[in-house]
Design a protein around this ligand. Structure first.
Ligand code: SAM
Length: 274
């Protein structure tokens, strides 16, 4: 069934067995995301952030309750004008797609977009973050959001990492994933790239003795963070120009990865942010 609104042609879906519903619901599986090159995100903010960055949005879906809201109508019109689909769906359909009891009233289907590492050029005073084998999608999303907050330039996923396009990672970015370029590479290729660009790799390591507050922040820099359980590999640690530690006073063995990344980012960006 079709209808015409301010947004253009809108497909209305209320059947839980509609093939589109099935396809979008399947985006919760990594296999489907890899095959289709798509991912799902929840909330109007995510959709408007994606559109603001000219990010490819394949579809927007929303409930009748919000269809008249100006920002929803505008986002729908933009998606439509750029060749995407606009769906008006029941709340039950949204709950099925998102696998959540109380989903937000707007969702988007987006194209994945990774920046090849060879196209990443780190300029003087610029900062990137490399995450070796990050496993927790909540940590990854939080780090992408923090990278955006401090005006760092991008995130490089090194080795086997969790999927940045999982629902949980995307949600934790709060829209920042559309503003922060992401790259993915092997450890060997990352180390070669850093050497070829004469980049300063600031590694964070629990066995380091150098205080993280003593690192200068002028050079082209990549902050390197280790895995949640095992920390950084020896190969990566040896490749780092400097290894630093964030002092701790209590009984904890280490900081959470996203928290440690936040502390480091604020220190390395202290001059830019002051
Ligand atoms: N058991 C792991 C280890 O021995 O490295 C703990 C890993 S920690 C949860 C995850 C990452 O956060 C570390 O690889 C490091 O990059 C960073 N990190 C956490 N606490 C840190 C600290 N106090 N100083 C420097 N880096 C830290």
């Amino acid at each position: 069934m079709t209808d015409r609104t301010q947004a253009g042609e809108v497909k209305q879906i209320s059947s839980l067995t509609n093939p589109w519903v099935k396809d979008v619901r399947a985006l919760s599986m990594k296999k489907t995301r890899d095959e289709t090159g798509q991912f799902l995100g929840e909330g109007l903010k995510l959709v408007t952030d994606a559109l603001a960055e000219n990010w490819p949005v394949d579809a927007i879906a929303f409930t009748p309750a919000v269809r008249e809201q100006p920002h929803v109508a505008k986002a729908a019109a933009t998606v439509r004008a750029r060749g995407g689909s606009v769906m008006e769906v029941s709340e039950a359909v949204l709950a099925k797609i998102t696998r959540r009891e109380n989903p937000q009233m707007v969702v988007g289907v987006f194209r994945q977009r990774l920046k090849p590492l060879k196209e990443v050029k780190v300029g003087k005073g610029e900062l990137y973050v490399a995450l070796e084998q990050v496993r927790d999608p909540g940590n990854l999303g939080t780090i992408i959001r923090t990278v955006d907050s401090v005006g760092a330039k991008g995130v490089i996923l090194v080795g086997e990492t969790c999927d940045p396009y999982s629902f949980e990672a995307v949600r934790a970015t709060m829209g920042s994933m559309f503003h922060v370029p992401l790259s993915r590479t092997s450890r060997e290729a990352f180390i070669d790239w850093a050497r070829a660009g004469s980049l300063r790799l600031v590694g964070t390591h629990l066995k380091a003795t150098h205080d993280y507050r003593k690192v200068e922040s002028e050079a082209p820099t990549v902050l390197v963070m280790g895995n949640e359980q095992a920390g950084m590999t020896d190969e990566m640690s040896e490749a780092c120009t400097v290894r630093v530690k964030i002092p701790m006073a209590g009984q904890a063995d280490s900081l959470n990865l996203a928290v440690a990344t936040g502390v480091m980012l604020y220190e390395l960006r202290r001059e830019a942010l002051s």
